[in-house]
Design a protein around this ligand. Structure first.
Ligand code: GTP
Ligand code: MG
Length: 216
């Protein structure tokens, strides 16, 4: 709520648009394990990127209200393909493997990292990367590397803090300040920082609205 009823009405309309979009059918299209596998879709895409175990697949499930659309796990390295989901035949959601997972075999990590890089930098229909950062730990070196890569490729990205059910409000506020500082030098980073939890559903409606803003 703000002290301006017109702003409140506009925000309510945005949230409703997000709710309606994500209430629509969402289907798994395919998983790509190599560059040749990456489908040639023309629909706008929104990708979910972030370190292994940050909660990418869980967030896709929360957004779409489906428990098992994207496979999740306690064990880092669950998502091993670039998975494409069609939302109402209007938008493609893309669940990426995690980066920065040191415990997986080196060869596998190199293959994933390479594929993530190829995907993120070579996709004309990629409208936004939701860059997930763990709300308990904040940005790590690998996050900064990906941010810089996206800046250079001029790919718009937006920070979504995950697992916000865990940290205290003061810790979250500090993290938001830290990311605001980073935004000064990361030109392709969207100014709005989103806070989310797939456990208590905090902020899921706002993430839906941010994505719905990208759909005509
Ligand atoms: P990879 O596919 O391995 O890169 O992981 P991912 O980023 O897709 O993470 P995933 O959604 O599989 O979740 C990893 C773990 O974090 C699981 O045990 C989830 O239950 C847990 N988790 C995900 N979101 C949240 C959240 O909002 N809050 C809390 N507390 N745990 C979460
Ligand atoms: Mg995953």
């Amino acid at each position: 709520m703000t002290d301006n009823p017109a702003d409140d009405a506009m925000e309510a309309a945005r949230l409703e648009k997000g709710r309606l979009l994500f209430a629509k059918q969402c289907d798994f299209l395919r998983g790509a394990v190599s560059e040749e596998d990456l489908p040639d879709y023309t629909l706008s895409e929104v990708a979910f990127a972030g370190r292994s175990n940050v909660g990418k697949s869980s967030l896709i499930n929360s957004l779409t209200g489906r428990k098992t659309l994207a496979r999740t796990s306690n064990t880092p390295g669950r998502t091993q393909e670039v998975n494409f989901f069609s939302l109402d035949d209007r938008l493609t959601l893309v669940d990426l493997p995690g980066y920065g997972y040191a415990a997986a075999p080196r060869e596998k990590v190199a293959t994933w990292t390479n594929l993530i890089g190829l995907y993120l930098q070579g996709r004309p229909n990629l409208r936004r990367v939701m860059l997930l950062i763990d709300g308990r730990h904040g940005p790590k070196k690998t996050d900064l590397t990906v941010m810089t890569m996206l800046d250079k490729a001029a790919v718009s990205y937006q920070v979504v803090l995950t697992k916000c059910d865990k940290p205290k409000p003061a810790e979250l506020a500090k993290l938001v300040e830290e990311i605001r500082g980073l935004q000064k030098t990361h030109v392709a980073c969207h100014p709005d920082i989103l806070l989310s939890s797939s456990v208590d559903q905090t902020g899921i409606d706002v993430v839906r609205a941010a994505i719905a803003d990208l759909v005509a």
